[in-house]
Write a protein that binds this ligand. Structure first.
Ligand SMILES: CSC[C@H]1O[C@H](OP(=O)(O)O)[C@H](O)[C@@H]1O
Ligand SMILES: Nc1ncnc2[nH]cnc12
Length: 311
C-alpha cells in the first residue's frame, strides 16, 4: 500500500495468523507491511504490523498479522508455507501466536458459530507437508504432549468467556482432528473421528503448531465451528456453508481476537508473552546431532532462525 513503511524497527512479540474468513483485522492501524524472505521461502502473505492501543497506557503495541491462505485465499491447506510463516514471525521477534481456524464440528453440542479453544490434536495429515525445521543434517526432537500453550489458553478462555452473552459461546477444551484435505472427509472417516473423541476438524492446525513449538513460540488456536462436517443428519458440509457462518460471525471472531490482544498487550514484555518457559528448549533438542555430524546447509538455516544457538 502506498505510503506504508516496509520496515519496522522494534521487535514484534505478538502475532495473529488469520484463517478462512479472517484475512484481515481492519480495526487496527496499519504501521508497516513486511515481506520477509526466510531460508524456507516467503510467507503466505505480507506481514502487516498493526498498532493496537494498550488498554492500560494507550501506547501503541505492535501486532503482526499474517493471512494463512494468502491475501485472497489462494493457498490450499497443503500449500501453506508453514515453515516460512513461523520462521518469518520468529525473525521479527514473535514469541506468542494466536491462530484462527474455521472448523467442522464433530459433536452435537458444538454448534455452528460456537468457538472452541482446543487443547489436543490428532494428526491426520499425510506427511506431504514439510513439518520440521530439523532435517538435512541436524536432528531435533521437541516435546509435543500438549500441542498448545496452556498459559496462553487460560488467557484466551478468560477473554472468550468475558464475551459470553454478547453472542459468543465458548467451549474450553477440545480435540482437533487435523486432516489433509483439501477434500472434506468421507462419512465413515467423520464417524471414525467421532469415535476417537474428536471435537472439531480442520486442515490447518498442523504442521503450524509443531513448527511453532520448534521455534519456541507460545501458540494457541481459536476455532470457530462453521458446519457439522458430514456425520450429522443436517446438510453435508460445503464451502458456501463454511463461508456463510464465517461471514455471519466474523464480527464476534474479531471481537474475540481483539479481547485477547487487549489482554496480551498489557503484558507485552511479560514472561508468558515472551514465552520464557520455552526459551532454550530447541537448543537442547538440537544438540543430539554432534557438531561433526551437522551439515553446513542445515547449520546455516538453523543459525538464521536461532542466532547463537548452534554457532
Ligand atoms: C473453507 S473450509 C476448509 C478450510 O477452512 C479451514 O481453514 P483455516 O483453518 O485456515 O481457517 C480448514 O482448516 C481448511 O483449510
Ligand atoms: N468440515 C470441515 N472439515 C475440515 N476442515 C474444515 N474447516 C471448516 N469445516 C471443515
Amino acid at each position: 500500500m502506498a505510503g506504508v513503511p516496509n520496515t519496522y524497527a522494534d521487535p514484534v512479540h505478538i502475532a495473529v495468523i488469520g484463517g478462512t474468513g479472517l484475512q484481515t483485522l481492519p480495526s487496527f492501524t496499519l504501521a508497516a507491511t513486511l515481506t520477509p524472505s526466510t531460508p524456507w521461502g516467503t510467507p503466505s502473505s505480507p506481514i502487516s504490523i498493526l498498532h493496537h492501543p494498550s488498554p492500560t497506557t494507550g501506547k501503541p503495541i505492535p501486532i503482526a498479522f499474517l493471512s494463512r491462505h494468502g491475501l485472497h485465499h489462494e493457498l490450499a491447506p497443503h500449500e501453506v508455507p508453514s515453515r516460512a510463516n513461523i520462521a518469518a514471525l520468529r525473525s521479527i521477534g514473535v514469541r506468542t501466536i494466536i491462530a484462527f481456524s474455521a472448523v467442522g464440528s464433530l459433536q452435537e453440542e458444538i454448534r455452528p458459530r460456537d468457538f472452541v479453544v482446543p487443547d489436543q490434536i490428532i494428526d491426520r495429515t499425510k506427511g506431504i507437508r514439510p513439518f520440521t525445521f530439523f532435517e538435512g543434517g541436524m536432528v531435533g526432537h521437541v516435546g509435543f504432549g500438549d500441542p498448545f500453550d496452556e498459559g496462553l489458553a487460560k488467557i484466551v478462555r478468560k477473554c472468550g468467556h468475558s464475551l459470553e452473552g454478547e453472542g459468543v459461546t465458548l467451549h474450553d477444551r477440545g480435540v482437533i482432528i487435523c486432516m489433509e484435505g483439501p477434500q472434506f472427509s468421507t462419512r465413515a472417516e467423520s464417524n471414525l473421528y467421532r469415535s476417537w473423541g474428536g471435537s472439531v476438524i480442520n486442515m490447518s492446525a498442523l504442521p503450524e503448531a509443531k513448527l511453532a513449538r520448534e521455534a519456541e513460540i507460545s501458540y494457541q488456536m481459536i476455532c470457530m465451528a462453521t458446519d457439522y462436517d458430514c456425520w450429522h443428519e443436517s446438510e453435508d458440509v460445503n464451502v458456501e456453508m463454511v463461508m456463510g457462518h464465517m461471514r455471519a460471525n466474523a464480527e464476534n471472531a474479531r471481537r474475540f481476537v481483539g479481547a485477547v490482544l487487549d489482554e496480551l498487550s498489557k503484558e507485552e514484555h511479560g514472561e508468558q508473552v515472551l514465552a520464557k518457559h520455552l526459551d532454550g528448549q530447541t537448543k537442547f533438542a538440537g544438540s543430539i546431532t554432534a557438531e561433526e555430524g551437522r551439515s553446513e546447509e542445515a547449520l546455516k538455516k538453523m543459525s538464521w532462525l536461532f542466532p547463537g544457538y548452534f554457532d
